[in-house]
Each structure stands twice: as structure tokens, then as C-alpha cells.
Design a protein around this ligand. Structure first.
Ligand SMILES: C[S@@+](CC[C@H](N)C(=O)[O-])C[C@H]1O[C@@H](n2cnc3c(N)ncnc32)[C@H](O)[C@@H]1O
Length: 285
């Protein structure tokens, strides 16, 4: 682990002059690399920046390889993923305590929004990168202390797609309870069903992959997915092949970096119930 590589450069220049000292201290306050790790998915960086153009707001950012993975500057859609997915789960399982999986911890906004639902009895958050889980456990990111203090929340290191696609009753997202089923799975890992962090993830987004995910859900259970693309007709067809119902919600938000409105998509799909509601015959009582 290389910790604070930028600091190192800045602190070397501090030795040279008083002006350099002032400049370096200012730069240190405005831009701080909190962690740097080499991972199987590419170089992983956690950084904190102060944005003078936005009233000195403090933002946390994750960069993975070439991809800008997550920012704390706008988190509306990450939170909408939980709100839309869990609203559907509440409607499907009224009065029940909900078992939920979040795929992709990141900065923790989706997980925190899920825990805001008192109906959520247990939450498993799966992340492939041990470093990301470690940031939360060490309190290096703002939502870490709250998530780790919530007794309902457990962070599991693993490949979400491998766990979702595995066959047999021994598989599952919970290493302590093989074959466990969930009321909702909320996923935010790839940029969209066609823009993937890793090409190996593509099998998951095809009908057979989605059917395998549906096996981890109770009848009537909900799968919700964040996507940075507009609703995609081909993916909606794949969801419709694996689930009983499917909706694509366009969620709009303000992007302060670009000073414009932006939009992302949240898909919400529901598995068939054991006792489907049979419409009464026309004219029947
Ligand atoms: C866009 S971030 C998630 C952001 C999150 N919704 C939030 O509110 O901050 C994607 C996360 O997925 C994780 N990830 C990448 N590939 C994964 C995989 N195959 N299985 C599980 N997690 C993965 C990354 O480490 C990263 O933490």
C-alpha cells in the first residue's frame, strides 16, 4: 500500500522555501490522496478534494483503473436505487422484516439509504475490493462509522457476479448461511448493463444470468439495478425474460461539475409470487 503519494511530493517541496510551504499546505488542504492500492481490477485511489468553485465543498472520490467510480458530490441515484427497490419490496412483503443484499459498497450511499428503512432487518453489502471495506471499517470515508455501527449491516468481501451465478443450494451471498434467500437485491457495480468494469460480468446481464440471480430471491422478491445509461430496450427484454414484472425509472439530478441536469436509470424487476392474483371473471362478484 502506498499511502498519500501526493503528500510525499508536497512535503519534499516544503523544505525548499517559505512560499513553497504556504502553497504546499494549501494544496494539501485542497487535495488529499487517502489511499492507493493495486487491485486485480486496476489501481484503486481514494481521494478527498475541496472544490473552490462550489463554495469549498468537500468531496470524496473513488478512481479504479481508468474509471471514475464514485463521488460524494451527487448521490441521488445511488440512494434512489435503495428507495425504489425497497418501496417495491415493502409492497410485496407488507409487515415483514426484509433481508437485503447491496452489490457494490463504494462510498456507502446505497447501503445507508437501505438502512434508513426500518423494515430492513438485515443487510449484506458485497464488495470485491477488500480495501473498500477497510476504508469503511477504519472510518476513512464519511459514511463508514454509521454503516459499521449498525448491527443490521454486514460487509462481505466477494465477487457479486460469481456469487450470483453460482449454482446449487450451497451458494449465496452470505458466507454464514448457504442458500439463504432475500427480499431484495440492489446492484450498483458496473456503469450500465453494457458498460462493464470487467468483461467477465457480461454473462450476468443475459436472461440466464438474471434467472440465476432470481433464484436468490423469495417469490415476489425484488432486483433493482443502477445504470448510467438511458433505459435500454434489449436489457428490458432480458429482465422481462427472467422476472414477472420490470420497470425502468429515469432519475434526474443536478450535476454541479457540469452545471446541468443529468439522468440515470434505476431498473426494478420482481420475481413471480407463489400465489399469483387471478383476475376475477368479467362481471363476477
Ligand atoms: C460505483 S461503486 C458503488 C457505489 C455505491 N452505490 C455508493 O453508494 O457509494 C462500485 C463498487 O463495486 C465494487 N465492485 C467492483 N466489482 C465488483 C464485483 N465483481 N463484485 C462486488 N463488488 C464489486 C467496487 O469496489 C466499488 O466499491
Amino acid at each position: 500500500m502506498a499511502y498519500g503519494r501526493i503528500f510525499l511530493t508536497i512535503e519534499m517541496s516544503v523544505l525548499t522555501s517559505g512560499t513553497a510551504l504556504q502553497g504546499a499546505m494549501q494544496a494539501k488542504r485542497r487535495f488529499e490522496e487517502l489511499d492507493y492500492q493495486k487491485t486485480p481490477l486496476g489501481d484503486l485511489i481514494l481521494r478527498r478534494r475541496i472544490l473552490p468553485s462550489l463554495d469549498d465543498i468537500e468531496v470524496y472520490e473513488i478512481i479504479l483503473g481508468e474509471a471514475f467510480l464514485m463521488t460524494s458530490l451527487f448521490t441521488e441515484v445511488e440512494e434512489a436505487l435503495s428507495r425504489l427497490g425497497l418501496a417495491a419490496a415493502k409492497a410485496a412483503f407488507p409487515g415483514e422484516s426484509l433481508d437485503v443484499v447491496v452489490g457494490g459498497l463504494g462510498l456507502g450511499y446505497t447501503a445507508r439509504a437501505a438502512l434508513e428503512f426500518p423494515e430492513v432487518g438485515a443487510l449484506i453489502v458485497v464488495d470485491f475490493l477488500a480495501a473498500v471495506i477497510d476504508w469503511h471499517q477504519r472510518g476513512l470515508v464519511p459514511l463508514g462509522p454509521g454503516l459499521t455501527a449498525d448491527a443490521r449491516c454486514r460487509m462481505v468481501q466477494g465477487d457479486f457476479f460469481q456469487l450470483a451465478l453460482a449454482r446449487g443450494d450451497e451458494s449465496g451471498f452470505d458466507p454464514l448461511a448457504a442458500g439463504r434467500r432475500y427480499h431484495a437485491v440492489l446492484l450498483d457495480i458496473d456503469h450500465s448493463p453494457s458498460k462493464l468494469l470487467h468483461e467477465g460480468n457480461c454473462a450476468f446481464y443475459a436472461p440466464e444470468g438474471l434467472r440465476r440471480l432470481a433464484h436468490h430471491l423469495h417469490p415476489g422478491g425484488v432486483f433493482a439495478l443502477w445504470s448510467d445509461d438511458p433505459p435500454d430496450a434489449e436489457f428490458i427484454a432480458s429482465l422481462s425474460a427472467a422476472f414477472a414484472t420490470c420497470e425502468a425509472h429515469v432519475v434526474r439530478f443536478h450535476n454541479p461539475h457540469q452545471e446541468r441536469e443529468a439522468a440515470s436509470t434505476v431498473y426494478v424487476a420482481v420475481t413471480p409470487t407463489l400465489n399469483p392474483v387471478v383476475p376475477s371473471p368479467a362481471g363476477g362478484a
